[in-house]
Design a protein around this ligand. Structure first.
Ligand SMILES: [Zn+2]
Length: 494
């Protein structure tokens, strides 16, 4: 293609009208992180998207006539991020459990209040979570949807996911019934047949349930259903006080640990369990912010790195944290390094070179998720891959330069407000820091109705107590350097 064709073929313009379906898009002159094996950094490179695919990556690309052009200079172009474990329905209660522990979370959702959620409440939470995800450059989310008390709830969950142009996997779950029970329900089977496909492109399907470690292995029939349906199982494994090595051993002994299995958290596990996960090819979804605050166990990357277990990242639930993989990358690096220093210093040693690098957590947030989902077409930017990508660029931010170490910049400097443009499946879903064609007002109305419903169901006292757990007393230690009337009279004789 000639220079003049290229000039004629591109148009600098913005707004949703500039990106009709089918119009090719080129991002010009960014620092591109293709997330290839070499962890390349391509300065001043273009990414051309045609249809749902990356057509080309490189400098000064010729483009088809009519291609929309996005100026990526000064920015970073990287694959869309992938969250492998998010309870999207819980986004309706954003921030409510900021001071919870896992115990309080279990009491609130599993025992007391989870059953108050109606199908429309699951819809409201999923809709807001889905918008939040694409806004933050998280182009694929596994909706770990364990609030599906009825098939009507599941219909609502899928309706919400289908209404937002992100890529999702519905991990079907139901904390109000044992897995063997709800997976045997003909209504569940019928729903799956009608609305889900494990190999679905924009909407995949997994089964989500936990393994208690009961020697009778009551979850066995649910694993058999997953196998029959061809669906991967995702399971909270290695959660202090809830799931542990017994569950892993039962899964292993019955042949249910597969390369498709996703072990969420995988903290509080023995070396033997990590060996079983590694040997059977499964992956771990690490939710560092969750593990640090809620108490599933220490964020396990420092341990599982030495087992060569594939890692993906997740943020778990917006009832505590925001649906943002920048903070997940940042806290994962911090937790891993913190543990390394702590361990070494306990042994009287000094860490002079950290083991976990910034480029590795960026890979976990992109390729790691793609691997966990068996989606080799996601998580990297190479010709032929799906065009799910993010432009991080904020010309109004003093944090946007200098751009010396792009992986370090993504992991430690960038944040969701710097997400300038997002493409999912070749479609521009966010541009110039704004979601394209998203009805945030409608999402807000749904959320307000849900909050109102839950608040009235719980009553004002219950609502307030749920949000404000009792604070254990902090014992202030005696300080030998502090004079008190008592001490001064006792030790100095007045
Ligand atoms: Zn979870």
């Amino acid at each position: 293609m000639s220079e003049s064709t290229q000039e004629r073929g591109t148009a600098r313009e913005g707004g949703p009208a500039a990106f009709p379906p089918g119009r090719p898009v080129v991002l010009r002159g960014g620092t591109v992180l293709p997330m290839d094996d070499a962890r390349s950094v391509l300065a001043g490179a273009d990414v051309l998207v045609v249809g749902d695919r990356v057509e080309a990556v490189g400098p000064e690309l010729p483009v088809p006539e009519g291609t929309a052009e996005i100026d990526a200079t000064g920015g970073i172009v990287m694959p869309g991020m992938i969250d492998t474990h998010r309870h999207m329905w819980q986004t309706a209660m954003r921030g409510y459990g900021a001071d919870w522990t896992l115990t309080q979370y279990f009491v609130w959702y599993y025992l007391e209040s989870g059953r108050h959620f109606r199908p429309e409440d699951v819809h409201a939470g999923n809709l807001l979570a889905a918008l939040e995800a694409i806004d933050a450059g998280v182009t694929t989310v596994v909706d770990w949807s364990h609030g599906l008390q009825t098939v009507d709830h599941a219909e609502a969950a899928v309706d919400a996911l289908r209404s937002v142009p992100g890529r999702f996997v519905l991990a079907y779950g139901n904390i109000q019934a044992p897995p063997a029970e709800w997976t045997a329900d003909p209504a569940f089977r019928d729903f799956v047949r009608r609305r889900l496909d494990p190999a679905g492109d924009m909407l995949g399907f997994q089964l989500a349930f936990d393994v208690t470690g009961d020697p009778a292995f009551p979850e066995k029939p649910a694993f058999e259903v997953a196998r029959e349906l061809g669906a991967a199982v995702t399971t909270h494994a290695g959660v202090w006080g809830a799931t542990g090595d017994d569950g892993i051993r039962l899964m292993y002994d019955h042949g249910f640990m597969t390369p498709q299995t996703v072990y969420v958290h995988a903290a509080s596990l023995s070396t033997d369990s990590y060996h079983r996960i590694a040997a059977t090819g499964g992956s771990v979804s690490v939710s560092t912010e969750s593990e640090q605050s809620a108490g599933q166990g220490y964020p396990p990357t420092w341990a599982i790195r030495s087992h060569a277990i594939p890692v993906s990242l997740s943020m778990d639930t917006s009832v505590w944290w925001s649906g943002d993989l920048f903070s997940a990358m940042r806290t994962t690096l911090g937790a891993d390094r913190s543990r390394e220093h702590l361990q070494a210093q306990a042994d009287g040693n000094t860490v002079t070179h950290v083991g976990l690098r910034a480029d590795e957590v960026v890979a976990w947030a992109t390729r790691g998720g793609a691997h966990a989902l068996g989606r080799d077409d996601l998580g990297s930017l190479q010709p032929g891959k799906k065009a799910d990508l993010v432009l991080i660029k904020n010309d109004h931010s003093p944090v946007s330069f200098p751009l010396l170490n792009p992986y370090g910049h993504v992991a430690f400097q960038a944040q969701r407000g710097d997400v300038h443009t997002v493409l999912v499946d070749g479609r521009v879903v966010k541009h110039e820091h704004r979601l394209v064609d998203a009805d945030l007002a409608a999402a807000r109305r749904e959320i307000e109705a849900t909050v109102e419903h839950l608040r009235s169901s719980l009553g004002e006292e219950g609502w307030r107590k749920g949000m404000n757990p009792d604070i254990p007393e902090t014992k202030i230690l005696d300080n030998p350097y502090t004079y008190t009337d008592y001490r001064s009279s006792a030790t100095h004789g007045g």
